[in-house]
Design a protein around this ligand. Structure first.
Ligand SMILES: Cc1cc2nc3c(=O)[nH]c(=O)nc-3n(C[C@H](O)[C@H](O)[C@H](O)COP(=O)(O)O)c2cc1C
Length: 392
């Protein structure tokens, strides 16, 4: 059976296939392969080694996507069967995400993964959002969610089996391979939290969206406060990534070499930015951001009817489901948030994007992503599960 066909069956809920897949995945992950960088070890240890059910579910949830891979989740275990989820306020992106909308979406993706992991063990996770009120205009120290793991009642979801393979696939996608209509329909059918999903695959619309995304990427890199937020989060070389497995990770022989020579450093990138004319590092960072956008055969976006904190969590939960469904279909999905960012310089792009996508007045555009067939890419770094758990 071809990989795509097998994945499609899994997505459609082929329980037997799902069970076989999980069995294999668990066997394969009985040990972390020798030489695995510690930053990616959580992808091998998820679901293993934890005897406590909540910790086991959390070991899956930490694999969720988050803006700039900030992993903003902090959890306090409560009693025997509950936990409170908080945002680590230091992990926010104050310039590019001034109202913490995107960071809240990341917390929603984490919650969805947690719920899927609990269901896999037959537990229904009861989620109460913002039990002490919805914070505005920014998040605060109050809990984002209270989750109780009730025994029984959780029905396994086929999407669970895609968690280990899920990526925000930032590679160029094949431009000669269209995304078929049945895959688009399966994606739209995967959401459960009330978001509206729309896609573009036709030439004029795709090229309009692509041009806006390219222009927004250039603008972000030319806006000092926005670009500095990325520079400050660069982890350059294996040692830095393993020491702080979040942010924007740069690894590989050329990176190590440029770093060892003192050429590629955060200080040099900052100096280029402050000089007002991009040097080799900023030019390279911009090229790195632009290249995949050029190779985008399709786009997918989600909207919510309003923009409450609960809507943002729902958008994150639905994004996780879309990303898992895309994975199960063999498709790459890659968020492109520049034109959705809410800093003043981006306002004009945001308006143009809404118009291009036909977002209705009052609706909130929550996520935009590239969609297509891309190469397999490695998993991104993660802090281990213990780093997410704080004393209650
Ligand atoms: C709300 C949100 C916005 C994101 N925006 C972008 C983006 O603009 N560009 C990008 O390359 N990745 C974006 N990402 C993807 C993250 O960079 C990615 O989740 C993180 O690096 C971890 O990688 P992974 O998803 O492959 O595990 C976004 C993710 C989330 C949840």
């Amino acid at each position: 059976m071809s990989l795509d066909r097998r994945r499609f069956l899994v997505l459609l809920g082929g329980t037997a296939v799902l069970a076989a897949d999980l069995g294999r995945a668990r066997l394969a992950r009985a040990a972390v392969p020798t030489g695995t960088p510690s930053a990616v070890a959580p992808w091998f240890t998820a679901g293993t080694g934890e005897t406590e059910m909540r910790r086991r579910a959390l070991s899956w949830a930490v694999l969720a996507p988050s803006p700039h891979n900030r992993q903003p989740w902090r959890v306090a275990l409560e009693g025997d069967d509950s936990l409170d989820l908080f945002c680590d306020l230091e992990r926010r992106l104050p310039h590019t995400d001034p109202f913490d909308r995107q960071i809240t979406i990341g917390l929603g993706a984490f919650l969805e993964t947690l719920v899927l992991a609990a269901a896999e063990e037959g537990r229904a996770a009861e989620v109460s959002l913002f039990p002490e009120g919805e914070p505005a205009p920014r998040l605060d120290t109050r809990p984002v969610a209270r989750v109780r793991f009730a025994p029984g009642g959780g029905a396994p979801d086929p999407l669970f089996s895609a968690i280990l393979d899920r990526r925000s696939n930032k590679a160029p996608y094949a431009m000669d391979r269209a995304v078929p209509a049945d895959a688009l329909a399966a994606l739209a059918a995967s959401v459960r939290h009330g978001g509206r999903v729309a896609t573009a695959t036709g030439a004029p619309e795709v090229s309009q969206i692509r041009d806006l995304a390219l222009s927004a990427m250039r603008l972000e890199m030319e806006t000092p406060a926005a670009a500095r937020e990325s520079i400050d989060l660069l982890r350059i070389g294996r040692a830095e990534v393993d020491a702080a497995p979040d942010g924007i990770d740069l690894t590989g022989p050329m990176i190590e070499d440029l770093a060892a020579q003192g050429i590629l450093t955060r200080e040099n990138a900052t100096a280029e930015l402050e000089s007002g004319s991009p040097g080799p590092i900023m030019r390279q960072m911009t090229a790195y951001g632009l290249a995949p956008i050029e190779a985008s055969p399709a786009f997918l976006w989600t909207t919510t009817a309003a923009n409450t904190r609960a809507d943002q969590i729902a958008a994150g939960r639905d994004w996780m489901r879309l990303n898992l469904a895309a994975t199960a279909l063999g498709l790459g999905l890659h968020p492109l948030s520049q034109a959705l960012q809410e800093f003043p310089e981006m306002a004009d792009h945001a308006v143009r994007l809404r118009t291009t996508l036909g977002v209705a007045p009052g609706e909130t555009l929550q996520m935009l992503g590239r969609l297509g067939y891309g190469p397999a890419v490695p998993p991104s770094p993660r802090w281990p599960v213990e780093a997410a758990i704080r004393e209650g």
